[in-house]
Design a protein around this ligand. Structure first.
Ligand code: F0G
Length: 540
């Protein structure tokens, strides 16, 4: 069917003109690190879909209705309600649009909100929010990860210390159930960094076949949900009682950024939840791209084509005991994040009944008062509206359709692309790209490709392969084999037109034609750094 446009563009950012020679000079000055290259000099910026969203007129309007009070600003209440609406009720007709924007809400509205006790879900409200806090505003997703993992680790360490004190009395070895484990379908880089810094051992069970061929003709009618957790592998791991005892959390990343932005099916969410329940382990989502994931379920999973996105989201989250979210993705906001867990659910009972209080203490120490969490009140308003708008069907059709058409254009140029494309990005298969060039992983040929693309055409992408995933630091063949060789072109939300995609596909097509001439890259500084792609120096 024909797809009508989902929006008009009302604000325009013109590009300045710049030559490849000028870009080369700048690249040299920033040690060929694409993250350090000035955005003002980039023509098509596919570095990230995070925080790069063009906000809607309603979001801009709502920002003026926020306030910057130190305690309990209005945006805080709006965000709480947005979370209840979107993740628990599936109600998209919120007062934000009718009342906040029309200006008919007065302080009595907020007074009523404070007096009304609300509990049972992800967002305790009213007086309960003070006694059993379970919802935490933070500046971005990684702060939610830090808050969660560091607090869990503290609790686990304390209980281990007390168990050890007992074991030295009894002579029994209580050290076997250590270190604690987190299981996932794929950890994003900040997630794995935060979890391993906190002391967790990480096990990613990805569905095999991420890079298997998939016919382009089937891209709009089928999806193998390659972001799924390999439930059989996770179950086998947990069948060892020592492993089950050590496993503190199962974390489903939806969509699965590590696995090329691929979606997770509802069936997989259900199976994962059943596995988690069977072992009494809490199931959390890394929910950054929850709406895109819901759109994939609606389009491709049997039984969901007639269900509204809003309802699919509620059904997905009914299986979670808690979640972290970066509102910079499917919050349609430029900044923001949150952590929440189910009131009086398995998460609190597994770790500590007062874990919410401990999380809140850490939140206040690191990010300020709990009702702003490092955010300005106006930005909370933007995220509250964004959460509602991102679940609109027309928006999602446009979003997923744009990424899909981008992949199709690249395929038409003969460029090896991972198919089907995920929701937020197109990934180039760099093994396929350089297949006849005899490049070894140690040459970082895909990094060389990103430098050439930026220098010659002003198009910024990011390597997600041997360099980013630190192939050279892995000691076992098994770990090395797990690392895909990809380049990511992440598509900012509501920012680009089809002209951007045409230009980029043509540019990459030209580079593909002369792939033998593209130099690899060498790390000149900081190879040893953690998350080094943001920090290290390189040269072609
Ligand atoms: N989880 C996932 C799945 C992510 O993709 C990201 C960020 C985070 C957590 C952390 O959130 O940036 O708000 O702190 N991904 C961005 C990206 C940076 O480009 O993929 P954050």
């Amino acid at each position: 069917p024909l797809m009508p446009p989902a929006h008009n563009v009302l604000v325009v950012h013109p590009h300045i003109s710049i030559t490849p020679e000028e870009r080369e000079t700048i690249l040299r000055s920033v040690e060929y690190n694409v993250f350090a290259f000035s955005a003002a000099l980039v023509t098509c910026d596919f570095l990230s879909d995070s925080g790069t969203t063009a906000m809607t007129d309603v979001q801009w309007a709502a920002m003026l209705r926020g306030d910057e009070s130190y305690g309990r600003n209005s945006g805080y209440y709006c965000l709480l309600d947005a979370f209840r609406d979107v993740f628990e009720r599936g109600d998209n007709q919120e007062y934000l649009f009718r009342d906040v924007l029309a200006g008919t809400i007065d302080s009595r509205f907020y007074l009523n909100k404070f007096l009304k006790p609300q509990s049972g879900g992800f967002v305790n409200g009213g007086p309960v929010q003070l006694i059993r806090p379970n919802f935490f505003v933070v500046p971005q997703g990684r702060c939610a990860e830090f808050l969660l993992f560091s607090t869990m680790a503290n609790i686990l360490e304390a209980s281990r210390a007390s168990a050890r004190a007992t074991s030295s009395d009894t002579g029994r070895d209580e050290g076997l159930d250590w270190p604690p484990v987190i299981i996932s379908n794929g950890f994003f880089d900040t997630t794995s960094a935060n979890a391993s810094v906190a002391g967790f051992e990480l096990h990613a069970f990805l569905q095999p076949g991420l890079t298997d061929p998939f016919p382009i003709e089937k891209v709009s009618i089928e999806n193998p949900f390659r972001g799924n957790l390999d439930v059989a592998a996770a179950s086998a791991f947990l069948s060892d009682p020592q492993n089950a005892k050590r496993t503190a959390l199962i974390l489903l990343t939806i969509t699965n950024n590590w696995a090329a932005g691929q979606p997770v099916s509802m069936a997989n969410i259900e199976a994962t939840a059943a596995l988690a329940r069977q072992h009494g382990i809490p199931l959390f989502f890394d929910a950054c791209r929850f709406a895109e994931n819901a759109a994939f379920i609606q389009t491709f999973e049997r039984g969901y084509s007639h269900m509204a996105i809003a309802q699919i989201v509620v059904d997905m989250f009914a299986h979670a005991d808690g979640f972290t979210i970066s509102l910079k993705k499917d919050g349609l906001a430029n900044m923001g994040g949150a952590l929440c867990f189910r009131d009086e659910g398995v998460f609190a009972s597994r770790f500590a009944p007062d874990i919410g209080i401990r999380l809140k203490e850490r939140q206040i120490v690191c990010y300020g008062n709990d009702s702003y969490g490092g955010m300005s009140g106006r930005d909370l308003m933007a995220a509250a509206v964004g959460l509602h708008q991102v679940t609109q069907e027309a928006y999602l059709r446009n979003r997923i359709g744009q990424v899909r058409r981008f992949a199709q254009r690249l395929v038409e140029k003969g460029v090896p692309v991972l198919l089907p494309p995920g929701g937020s990005a197109v990934f180039l298969d760099m093994d396929g790209f350089f297949a006849d060039c005899g490049r070894s992983y140690g040459e970082f040929a895909a990094v060389g490709f990103t430098l050439e693309l930026l220098c010659k055409y002003g198009i910024r992408s990011a390597e997600a392969g041997p360099f980013g995933w630190e192939w050279d630091k892995k000691t076992s063949a098994k770990e090395r084999d797990l690392i895909p060789n990809l380049v990511r072109l992440a598509v900012p939300r509501n920012v680009m037109t089809d002209v951007h995609f045409e230009y980029t596909a043509a540019a990459i097509g030209q580079l593909y034609m002369r792939r033998h001439t593209i130099p690899g890259a060498r790390i000149t500084r900081g190879a040893e750094l953690r998350i080094r792609h943001f920090q290290s120096g390189l040269e072609p």
